[in-house]
Design a protein around this ligand. Structure first.
Ligand code: PLP
Length: 374
């Protein structure tokens, strides 16, 4: 049975060139980047070239890129240090953030008594920017934390506009860019966000590695303490093979971005046209302006099919998701859909279909054929 993988917002397959690069580093470049001998210096060189390559692709400086173990770590680090060290007294975020932000904020609220305000989410899943500006008119040291592309419904935040609004109001701006890095151009000279984060496994790199962009002179302090790796901001021997793999993956993603984006857009259009024919009353959760890699649809099936739908597709070798991956095995409805759907619609089956350049029209045909048998 052929595997049809349409769950690329959860994770992606690694590019062969990335595996090749990582294997080379694992077998040949095993020195510790902090060692002063030749093997160590070679490792350090790979580390710094990786950092430079990542920075170049985002129009940042190399010193602003700090490697972490994942996107979750980077989000937690930034939020915690903003409150603990930068003396942020209020966080403005939204109810549709990833749990790596939402749960971190809840803990900070309890631990530091920081004020938390949630910006309104419009029925189409977009952030209400007018409400954000209103919230920002309060005079309190504030960090705004809003994701770029929503991982469940694909709604997009205008990063340049929001970073400007935050700057005008003297607020710090953190954006969880895990779903957008490597999939759309981000220019950190045009966008003045203070902090953004990435996770390599979302752009065809390895799992267990990510990075944070920390704008120069931000004053952010480390999450934990030890050696002086990453300029003392993130102690621990660097996972060189992961970092080299991540840099390679990001480089290839941006090199092929136009071609791959067009391919995916074509597939998405194809799927929408098929759904219109086969299930004319389906709805797009989050509206039609969503990010090109994600499509979340409410299917016109009865509620009793909700629990079985993923299982049935899985039996046919088709991997899709019902929300974010951490929830897909549970019966708890998605916290993102809960913000935008009525109670009745929330009980009906919604599917998140997320694409990569690997997908084909045959994958789409197989998915639609499988849905027709339900
Ligand atoms: N933020 C978003 C928007 C995500 O989609 C994910 C992954 O699901 C994360 C954060 C967490 O990233 P990681 O798996 O690297 O911890």
């Amino acid at each position: 049975m052929k595997n049809i993988y349409l769950d690329n917002a959860s994770t992606t397959a690694m590019r062969p060139e990335v595996i090749q690069e990582m294997t080379k580093v694992l077998s040949e470049d095993y020195g510790n980047p902090s060692s002063t001998h030749a093997l160590g210096r070679k490792a350090k060189n790979i580390l710094e070239l990786s950092r430079k390559l990542i920075a170049q692709n985002l129009n940042a400086t190399a010193q602003e890129i700090i490697f972490t173990s994942c996107g979750t770590e980077a989000n937690n680090w930034i939020l915690r240090s903003a409150v603990k060290d930068l003396k942020v007294k209020r966080i403005i975020t939204s109810k549709i953030e990833h749990h790596a932000v939402l749960y971190a904020v809840l803990v900070l609220e309890k631990e530091f008594d920081v004020q938390v305000d949630y910006v309104n989410v419009k029925p189409n899943g977009e952030i209400d920017i007018t409400h954000l500006a209103e919230l920002l008119s309060q005079d309190k040291k504030t960090l705004v934390s809003l994701m770029h592309v929503n991982n469940e419904i694909g709604t997009v935040l205008d990063l340049d506009r929001v970073s400007l609004i935050c700057k005008e109001h003297g607020a710090l701006f953190h954006s969880d860019t895990v779903q957008s890095i490597g999939k759309t151009a981000i220019d950190l000279q045009k966008c003045t966000a203070d902090f953004i984060v990435a996770s390599a496994h979302k752009f065809h790199g390895p799992k267990g590695v990510g990075f944070a962009f920390i704008r120069k002179n931000s004053g952010l302090q480390p999450l934990f303490f030890g050696g002086d790796q990453e300029k003392g901001l993130r102690a621990g021997t660097e996972a060189l093979h992961q970092i080299a793999g991540m840099a390679k993956a990001l480089e290839l993603s941006y090199k092929n971005i136009d071609e791959q984006q067009n391919h995916i857009l074509d597939l998405k259009e194809y799927l929408l046209s098929k759904l219109e024919i086969e299930f004319p009353s389906f709805q797009i959760n989050g509206g039609t302006n969503g990010f090109y890699t994600i499509l979340n649809v409410l299917l016109p099936f009865s509620e009793d099919k909700t629990a079985m739908i993923l299982f049935n597709l899985d039996m046919k070798g088709i991997a899709v998701s019902r929300g974010s991956a951490c929830q897909s095995g549970s019966i708890k409805p998605s916290h993102v859909l809960a913000e935008i759907l009525s109670d009745d619609d929330l009980k009906k089956p919604s599917l998140r279909i997320s694409f990569s350049y690997h997908n084909t029209r045959e994958d789409i045909e197989a998915l639609v054929a499988a849905l027709k048998t339900l």
